[in-house]
Design a protein around this ligand. Structure first.
Ligand SMILES: Nc1nc2c(c(=O)[nH]1)N[C@H]1C(S)=C(S)[C@@H](COP(=O)(O)OP(=O)(O)OC[C@H]3O[C@@H](n4cnc5c(=O)[nH]c(N)nc54)[C@H](O)[C@@H]3O)O[C@H]1N2
Ligand SMILES: Nc1nc2c(c(=O)[nH]1)N[C@H]1C(S)=C(S)[C@@H](COP(=O)(O)OP(=O)(O)OC[C@H]3O[C@@H](n4cnc5c(=O)[nH]c(N)nc54)[C@H](O)[C@@H]3O)O[C@H]1N2
Ligand code: SF4
Ligand SMILES: [Mo]
Length: 673
């Protein structure tokens, strides 16, 4: 038996290193790497069962072509040669008739390895001249907000949170979606830290908190303005840090003056006393750590909210201390060479960019010129995860749209395919990983041979490039060649780190201080070199207080955060996890349930003018009044009625970054007949 190490590729801040025991070419056991400082020897509730996924009888192991009508899900096995010929012929036909921009890639973070996420695929589409995809479905509003205030997606060293005295999980369900941070928070609490959660829903993380501020969705910036109000009113600011390392304090202070705790209370639905208390504790307990996350990123004003909240630590000087400051993503600390990986220089000038959060609109737009005629989907399941599902499904069902899906499982998206190509798991391919929740670079080597005829993303696009007669030498580079150029090795954060060392050690911490205290002495990577303070509140498009007219018809704010045992729509059809989650549900407050005559366990219909879905009611105070919660993301075809939470979400975008607004949706709920 051999023990090997591979990296978990899923869209999760923890990027764990796992151990895989292999016997006669078969993986027989899996675990968290005990030697890795962030993984700490354990995996999450999902990936603990990874071998069920790798060896699932439901895996797609051979190329398939459609035999039934679109969306019906009837396919027949073909050889790789035939599948590639079909795809190449269709792409040629589309390009001849409509030009290369009628081809659209659609991918996201099903696999976050640097090679699997964006390397040969991008080179291929760039060389082809395909439309570009703006990958906005998750993090773009927050990235834009963070960049505006701090200059880059960076924050406190997550391991240093043990030193914090006051920790806030703000729009962050750490126990479910960032579980390897939890032991560090527990250690801080053993040392006396207070832990507060800001979340409209009593999540698993909120259940464990010292205090839970259940505000209305999308009102976070108003809460932050209230905190600033109290800081200035009571003279709790760090004048020295502000003077030396920030710009814009006067305008910020003027704005904050308008946000009395009473006004904050009206907008957020929190008692004014709770706002006061939170503000005073935040300002006076140092180091204070704000772990903000994507839960507060899915509203119309999300970019401004992150920009505003990211201004808080500079006001109190929290950045001075290990574990102090704010953290959304560590990804900006990694010197990734995306020019080398993706070759944007190959993009023909004038190529258009289409926003992935509006896929339905794009596919149904009669004016789009050229129309999208070929869609190549990989690392993503848009029929489940993209907003406004009716439009997405109608678009994917277009008879004149050629759809290729590279997948491991027969997802709802794969049901719409003309050609399905089988993909490998992380155990079966090579990759190199950064992280967005810690500071380690890791190399992942195959532990077992690909199952059936499965191929990794890089190989699929190498093969397609050849089939399409594309000859740029970069289109035939090997995975290892690309990995060698994936990082800017001469960057100071990689001082002393080489590719060879990575090969030897598997996972290496960036050569930053330990603990890393990025802005203790200022040095913000903004244009001014200072933290660019800013504060404003952009209300949710569909909030009960911000859009009372729409709220008359659809009075409840709907959010659909990840279920504990799912990872977006990955794992959502794996029997163990379906059993544990117990079927699609809608949590609503007892008072909201009572006026609608909804009993716990009853089937309910959640609807608005965009669509509807069915789920079982969970009547519980875990949802605050006026907010209903549908833990996600279920596969639509496994839901009663064939639709999931995204039936009611909208394709409108965030203020900054063009992000999706999944949690900005008003709905009504009724008993299902
Ligand atoms: N188990 C599990 N882990 C995951 C994922 C998963 O699906 N399952 N997904 C991965 C991915 S892609 C991402 S982006 C992250 C997502 O994980 P997080 O970044 O933690 O984001 P969410 O779970 O979407 O939301 C976190 C919390 O924010 C709350 N929330 C919703 N609206 C608001 C709001 O307006 N304000 C505030 N303050 N809170 C709000 C939600 O109720 C939820 O409890 O996790 C990753 N990890
Ligand atoms: N209602 C609602 N909708 C949401 C969210 C929500 O909280 N609520 N969350 C949003 C967020 S944060 C995100 S990030 C998006 C996520 O959206 P996606 O990135 O589409 O994530 P998944 O649904 O997990 O789908 C990823 C697919 O990639 C496949 N895959 C895995 N590895 C590989 C590989 O190596 N190669 C190929 N070709 N395929 C692979 C998996 O089998 C899976 O079906 O969803 C968004 N949608
Ligand atoms: S999903 Fe996240 S927590 Fe689970 S094993 Fe992968 S990286 Fe670790
Ligand atoms: Mo995400």
């Amino acid at each position: 038996m051999r023990r090997l190490k591979v990296v978990c590729p899923h869209d999760c801040p923890d990027t764990c290193v796992m151990t895989v025991d292999v016997e006669d070419g078969r993986a027989v056991a899996i675990g968290g790497d005990p030697d890795h400082r962030f993984t700490q020897g354990f995996l999450c509730a999902k990936v603990n069962h990874y071998l069920e996924r790798v060896y699932s009888p439901d895996r797609i192991l051979h190329p398939l072509k459609r035999v039934g009508h679109k969306g019906q899900g009837r396919f027949e096995r073909v050889s790789w040669d035939e599948a590639l010929d079909l795809v190449a012929a269709a792409l040629r036909r589309v390009i001849d008739e409509h030009g290369p921009q009628a081809v659209l890639p659609y991918s996201y973070a099903g696999n976050m390895g640097l090679l699997s996420y964006a390397s040969m695929d991008r080179r291929f589409f760039h060389a082809l001249g395909a439309s570009l995809l703006d990958r906005t479905i998750c993090a773009s509003a927050g990235s834009a907000g963070l960049k505006a205030t701090l200059g880059r997606a960076m924050g406190f060293d997550p391991e240093a949170v043990v030193h914090a005295r006051f920790i806030v999980a703000w729009g962050a369900n750490i126990v479910s979606s960032n579980v390897h941070l939890w032991p560090f928070i527990e250690e801080a609490r053993r040392r006396g830290a207070r832990f507060v959660v800001v979340d409209p829903y009593r999540s698993r993380t909120a259940e464990k908190a010292d205090a839970h501020l259940a505000l209305l969705p999308g009102t976070d910036a108003a809460l932050a303005l209230g905190v600033m109000h109290v800081i200035f009113r009571d003279g709790l600011e760090d004048g020295d840090f502000i003077a030396r390392h920030t710009t814009g304090v006067e305008a910020l202070e003027r704005r904050a003056r308008e946000w009395t705790p009473d006004r904050v209370s009206q907008v957020t639905g929190l008692p004014a006393a709770e706002v006061e208390c939170f503000a005073r504790e935040y300002a006076t307990h140092q180091p204070s750590a704000l772990r903000i996350n994507y839960g507060l990123n899915r509203h119309a004003g999300a970019g401004t909210a992150v920009r505003t909240i990211a201004s808080l630590p500079a006001l109190t000087g929290a950045w001075r201390h290990p574990g102090g400051g704010i953290l959304l993503s560590t990804s900006g600390a990694f010197p990734v060479d995306s020019e080398a990986l993706e070759r944007p220089d190959l993009v023909p000038p004038g190529t258009r960019t289409l926003n992935m959060s509006q896929l339905g609109r794009i596919l149904l737009d009669p004016e789009l010129a050229p129309p999208v005629k070929a869609l190549l989907v990989y690392n993503s399941n848009p029929a489940a995860v993209a907003p406004q599902q009716e439009e997405v499904h109608r678009g994917l069902a277009r008879e004149d749209l050629f759809v290729v899906v590279h997948e491991l499982f027969q997802t709802d998206t794969a049901d719409f395919a003309d050609v399905i190509l089988p993909a490998t798991t992380t155990l079966e391919h090579y990759d190199i990983h950064k992280a967005y929740g810690h500071l380690y670079v890791s190399l992942s080597r195959p532990a077992i041979a690909p199952l059936g005829e499965a191929k990794p993303n890089t190989e699929v696009f190498r093969l397609l490039a050849r089939r399409m007669g594309l000859t740029d030498p970069c289109l035939s580079e090997s995975d290892e060649q690309m990995a060698r150029h994936a990082l800017k090795w001469e960057h100071p954060h990689l001082h002393g780190v080489t590719f060879e060392r990575l090969e030897r050690e598997g996972s290496v911490r960036l050569s930053v201080a330990d603990p890393f205290v990025p802005f203790a002495e200022g040095g913000f990577p903004t244009a001014s070199g200072r933290c660019e303070l800013y504060a404003d509140y952009v209300p949710p498009r569909e909030g009960p207080t911000s859009n009372p007219e729409r709220a008359r018809t659809y009075p409840l704010a709907f959010i659909s955060p990840p279920a504990h045992h799912f990872l977006n729509s990955t794992f959502s059809a794996q029997p163990t996890f379906v059993r544990r989650e117990g079927g699609p549900s809608l949590t609503l407050h007892p008072e909201d349930a009572a006026v609608r005559r909804i009993a716990d366990g009853a089937m309910v219909r959640t609807f608005n003018d965009r669509g509807s879905f069915l789920a079982r009611a969970r009547v519980s105070e875990a949802a605050r009044r006026g907010v209903v919660v549908g833990l996600s993301v279920w596969w639509p075809k496994t839901c009663p009625g064939g639709r999931n939470a995204n039936a009611v979400t909208s394709q409108e975008l965030t203020d900054l970054g063009g992000g999706a607004t999944f949690y900005d949706a008003l709905v009504e709920v009724e008993p299902a007949s």
